[in-house]
Design a protein around this ligand. Structure first.
Ligand code: ARG
Length: 613
């Protein structure tokens, strides 16, 4: 098994070859070659490469331990994990990537990358653009189901989380060349809709002359309207019955009900589109009602496959290990959230040919999605297990808490309206800018745009930087602080870099053509390496659906930059590194969602770093 012969000069990276894949991928290729020589019988062993403690090196290969567990007692010539690690190191092909290797503990192979290779690679990154480093994911098309508010109800702070996290995941996947179907699965078909529709129809009948002569609902506060409907629903049994009938009439396509429904949808839609516009978010609405015509066919298929059973008058799918079954047809014969979601999943797989379905909602819906995915696996729509495609994931998130540690509410214990939060973030930023004398320096339009970029960016980043599963406390003072891990700090770092580049009088395009980068100072090397790790960070964030991984990267990047800037005053690389950092912080702008900020960015500031996140 053991071969000590060194494989000569089979570096996978020819000197002038294009940079392919992440640093991790490139190292993995080298280690794969070594593994094939070291343990030729273990052909299914994939190299395990991870970034490591900088005291030992830059990366580590962690295969020795698990290999030893597999091969010990099988007559192998190895005497323990350390010699396995040693052999992996010895058999590593020579490569310009690697400066040195060492063995630690029970066979970890530590790798120190070569400075020249890092320098050459970041120069390539600068010249060819950061897009050429986008990670290669295994999927071509994904659905991200996010935001998804409910018609006739206010978008609240929970929808803010779904909107921000979902949009970020979509952007990260798009950066990784995945086609993303951004789906707004609005609740436009449930009980709350029929309640409003009923009141609307009742009003039409009883008070149309008085209030709605024009049948134009636009003047109505849709939320107040829903509240009034709900109150009546709860207190008036006759109304409740009519509301339940309204669902039937609506689903049966009765003109009067259809019209009332579409008016209510339209008003709600106008409300949340304003929010999307403010946040630069693109979404395509395919609400619950869209899937309604497909439900009978899908349920028939599931019935034929033997998944659906009768239980207390309802039709259900029993899921192993769950206390309650997944109800797909209610006892009154109506469809529900589950029937719609089963159908939507079917539609996304079969009609839209998506390979990855991602659902962004609060963790409270975990059980629903677990049942949904299990049902889909039992139907044979999704493969068993969680690692192969097509795949479905629930991206859950925690609550937003107020200062008191309780669910975030207004003083009058109402849900916090998303629009109010955005307004306040913006007005606080504007006040801070005015205080700094910007009102004299800038036009009103510039002031407004900057306040929006910083204010909305701060709200987004404060949410994204936490692991999404944890609850987070909403605090304006913290998120608008210009020190610490905030969007304001990142924007400041970016603006500062842009301003340095501007004042240097150097042209970045010229820099691309001239000279080779040399990384001398340790801080300079650390910054270069961090820049190179961008692609694998995006890959990790996409694979685990964790935007906070990317936030942490950006925050550390700003830190590495500051150290480099402070300690390498005379480095010939200053301009080159600065422009690259600016570039990464700036992020991708293939879509022009935030083009209104470009003007401001070019001057000194903007929300570019928040583009990816
Ligand atoms: N409308 C739902 C809510 O506000 C979220 C929908 C999420 N998407 C889905 N396919 N179930 O909680």
């Amino acid at each position: 098994l053991f071969s000590a012969t060194r494989v000569q000069a089979v570096s996978t990276m020819a000197a002038d070859e294009e940079v392919v894949g992440t640093v991790k991928d490139q190292l993995a290729k080298l280690f794969e070659e070594s593994l094939r020589v070291t343990v030729p019988d273990q052909t299914d062993t994939d190299p395990l490469i991870a970034a490591c403690n900088p005291r030992f090196g830059d990366y580590q290969c962690n295969n020795a331990m698990s290999l030893w567990t597999k091969i010990k007692g099988t007559g192998s010539a190895f005497t323990g994990p350390q010699p396995v690690g040693q052999a992996i190191m010895t058999n590593l092909p020579r490569s310009e990537m690697i400066e040195s290797c060492s063995i630690a503990g029970p066979g970890f192979v530590n790798v120190k990358l070569s400075r020249q290779w890092i320098a050459k690679s970041i120069q390539k990154m600068l010249i060819k653009g950061i897009e050429t480093w986008s990670p290669k994911l295994r999927v071509k098309r994904a659905v991200v189901d996010f935001s998804s508010p409910n018609i006739a109800k206010e978008m609240h702070v929970g929808h803010l989380r779904s909107t921000i996290i979902g949009d970020t995941l979509a952007r990260m996947l798009e950066f990784s060349n995945v086609e993303v179907l951004r789906r707004n699965h609005v609740g436009d078909w449930g009980t709350q809709v029929s309640i409003s529709v009923c009141l609307r129809v009742c009003m039409h009948i009883y008070v149309s002359v008085y209030l709605f002569v024009s049948s134009d609902l636009a003047c109505i506060n849709i939320i107040a309207f829903y509240k009034a409907s709900k109150q009546r629903f709860d207190s008036d049994p006759g109304f409740k019955e009519r509301a339940q009938q309204a669902v039937v009439s609506l689903q049966g396509g009765k003109e009067k009900y259809r019209k009332a429904w579409s008016q209510i949808c339209e008003i709600s839609r106008k409300g949340y589109e304003k929010v999307y516009q403010r946040l630069g978010i693109v979404l395509e609405e395919k609400g619950e009602s869209f899937y309604n015509p497909y439900i009978p066919g899908v349920l028939e298929e599931l019935g034929k496959k033997g998944l659906i059973e009768e239980s207390e008058g309802a039709r259900v799918i029993f899921i192993e290990g769950k206390k309650y079954p997944f109800i797909v047809v209610k006892s009154d014969g109506g469809f529900n959230y589950a029937s719609t979601d089963l159908t939507a999943l079917w539609y996304r797989l079969n009609e839209e040919k998506a390979e990855w379905m991602i659902y962004v909602t609060d963790v409270g819906q975990r059980e629903h999605f677990e049942m949904l995915f299990t049902a889909a696996k039992r139907a044979g729509w999704l493969p068993p297990g969680d690692n192969s495609y097509p795949k479905a994931n629930h991206v859950g998130f925690g609550l937003v808490l107020g200062e008191d540690g309780k669910r975030f509410r207004t003083r009058s214990t109402e849900v916090v309206k998303l629009v109010d939060l955005l307004d306040e973030a913006k007005s606080r930023c504007k006040a801070a800018l005015v205080e700094r004398g910007k009102a004299e320096e800038w036009t009103e339009e510039e002031l407004e745009q900057t306040a929006e970029a910083v204010g909305y960016g701060a709200v987004k980043y404060a949410d994204l930087k936490n692991n999404r599963l944890t609850n987070y406390t909403f605090n304006f003072d913290q998120m608008l602080n210009d020190q610490g891990n905030t969007a304001v700090y990142l924007l400041y770092a970016h603006a500062r870099i842009c301003s340095i580049i501007r004042k240097s009088g150097k042209d970045v395009e010229e820099l691309k053509k001239t000279g080779a980068l040399v990384l001398e100072h340790p801080n300079e090397r650390a910054l270069g390496l961090h820049l190179l790790q961008f692609a694998e960070i995006v890959e990790e964030a996409c694979t685990n659906l964790l935007p906070n991984v990317l936030c942490e990267y950006l925050y550390n990047l700003s830190g590495h930059f500051t150290t480099f800037y402070t300690n390498c005053q005379t480095s010939p690389n200053r301009w080159c590194c600065q422009s690259l950092v600016a570039f990464v912080l700036w992020g991708q702008r293939r879509r022009q969602a935030d083009s209104c900020c470009v003007k401001r960015l070019q001057r000194s500031c903007g929300n570019a770093s928040i583009y990816l996140v």
